[in-house]
Design a protein around this ligand. Structure first.
Ligand code: MG
Length: 506
């Protein structure tokens, strides 16, 4: 059996830290088992196994809570926290564990249990509501989910806004004030680009409907991934309804894609996106394995990695040129297009109803809409039953579209039915941070040159040193400040968009 890295060269020296890591092992193992069960549910489990799997996962959660609230466990982490001289890893350890404990300690067990129960019940109702375009049947569940979320926010406490307490669950120390500031800058730029990109070339748009054979795209995806550095001994690629990444351990990361049979760029970008979520985990310092620090630091920083590779690298002109011969070899219809036209297809800006299909310009408009609605509900400015109407008017204001149904509107995402209030804004933070990374990298070397010469190792190493290796040691804002020598800012994303879509017009 592999032992925890608790030898003399361990990153952790303090006796309480070392003792803590010993007693943390069963919790690590529970997480390991739960991750594998979740991955299996989405990939290979026969469909009838769903009920028992849900029971197994919820029992593991109960066990996890018990271990977290064990008296000796709590005393040890408290002793560690009170130590005067801790190194950065030990400080990170106490910070991350106390954050996980906060929800168990501050929110009464009864409230958490009822919240879990209502989200479990809400998910099938939401699926049904979405399939039948019937917001009314989902409404009472959503009402309870928002009420519980508000109650949980009150228990967790906040200084200015109840939403702050919920946002912090996904993006540590990031508040309404932060997101208001970021959106205020990026929304006008996105809207301006949309206005300028009204005319869409029919020939380019036609690529969205070109059919492909699954085997051809599987081959393309594997070649692209292997070029980017896919490690077969530590990663798997499978198929699932919704592409995702599941970390099992630092040496076992699973990613998925899907094949829709047309609009071939989607499956390629799902692969690239998820691969870089995986790479973040794989490049974490192995000395952090078996500890709570062996994970990406936040949803936003994680998303910045996948967005960096999907948008900044994958949608760049040099990357298009690089993969064009491969595309042309496998897909006959590509031969009617130049590499420049494929670049335009990869970067087509087109308002649509569905967030997950949105391009890099309109994507944040979709997030802003959800952010505004969540915030307004928590402020009690709008009620749950007003969501469809507010959605419509905001969609028209931001994207110039009115969804023909709630299925294509406020019922499209799974997040609310799962109780993930405060999750969406971290997607925008990731997009913004991805552009900031691009500019930071370009201070050190020529990114385009690294891409065109297939020197992806150079980019991987840079990200490993600055972001990945550190796991969750530092809180996200501090990590960015330490690694990029500046705060998180939307300036770079604005410049990136302006340069790509306004100054240099396609
Ligand atoms: Mg992602």
């Amino acid at each position: 059996m592999k032992k925890a890295n608790l030898t003399s060269d361990s990153l952790f020296k303090n006796k309480y830290a070392l003792h803590f890591l010993e007693i943390y092992r069963p919790l690590w193992a529970l997480g390991h088992a739960g991750s594998l069960l979740s991955w299996d549910s989405e990939t290979y489990m026969p469909s009838s196994g769903v009920e028992q799997r849900a029971v197994a996962l919820s029992e593991l959660k109960i066990l996890e809570r018990k271990l977290f609230l064990d008296k000796h466990f709590l005393q040890t982490i408290q002793k560690l926290k009170n130590q005067k001289r801790l190194n950065v890893f030990e400080k990170g350890l106490s910070r991350v564990v106390l954050r996980s404990l906060k929800i168990y300690q501050k929110v009464p067990e009864k409230v958490l249990k009822e919240f879990t129960k209502i989200t479990e019940e809400a998910k099938p109702v939401w699926r049904n509501a979405r399939a039948n375009n019937d917001f009314k049947i989902f409404m009472p569940y959503l009402e309870k989910i928002f009420n519980f979320s508000r109650e949980i926010a009150d228990y967790l406490e906040y200084e200015k806004h109840p939403y702050d307490a919920l946002l912090d669950l996904y993006e540590e120390e990031t508040t309404v004030a932060d997101f208001d500031r970021l959106f205020k800058k990026i929304i006008p730029v996105s809207k301006k680009i949309l206005e300028k990109n009204r005319t869409i070339d029919d020939k380019i748009e036609a690529l969205e409907n070109k059919k492909y054979e699954k085997q051809k795209l599987e081959k393309i995806n594997l070649e692209i991934l292997s070029m980017l550095g896919f490690d077969n001994s530590r990663m798997r690629l499978d198929i699932s309804t919704h592409p995702f990444t599941q970390e099992i351990s630092l040496n076992d990361i699973r990613i998925t894609t899907r094949y829709e049979g047309k609009n071939f760029k989607s499956t390629i970008f799902y692969c690239i996106h998820e691969f870089w979520h995986a790479l973040y985990e794989i490049q974490i310092d192995p000395g952090l394995e078996f500890t709570p620090l062996a994970s990406g630091v936040s949803y936003g920083v994680h998303e910045s990695q996948s967005r960096f590779w999907e948008n900044i690298v994958g949608r760049s002109r040099v990357f298009c040129e690089l993969i064009y011969p491969l595309l042309a070899k496998e897909l006959n219809f590509i031969r009617e297009y130049t590499s420049e036209e494929i670049y335009n297809y990869f970067n087509l800006v087109k308002p649509g109803f569905i967030r997950v299909n949105a391009d890099e310009v309109t994507y944040n408009l979709h997030i802003f809409l959800r952010y505004e609605i969540e915030k307004s509900i928590l402020e009690e400015k709008i009620s749950i039953k007003e969501i469809p109407a507010v959605w419509e008017s905001k969609m028209q204001e931001l994207l110039g579209l009115i969804p023909p149904s709630d299925t294509l509107g406020c019922l499209q995402d799974i997040h609310w039915s799962s109780g993930y209030i405060g999750y969406f804004p971290s997607y925008s933070l990731g997009t913004i941070l991805a552009a900031q990374l691009k500019y930071a990298i370009e201070k050190d070397f020529n990114l385009d040159e690294a891409i065109s010469s297939k020197n992806f190792e150079k980019i991987r190493s840079w990200l490993k040193e600055k972001i990945h290796s550190k796991g969750a040691v530092y809180p996200p804002k501090k990590l960015i400040r330490l690694s990029l020598k500046e705060k998180i800012t939307s300036d770079y994303f604005e410049n990136y968009l302006k340069k790509k879509y306004l100054v240099y017009k396609i």
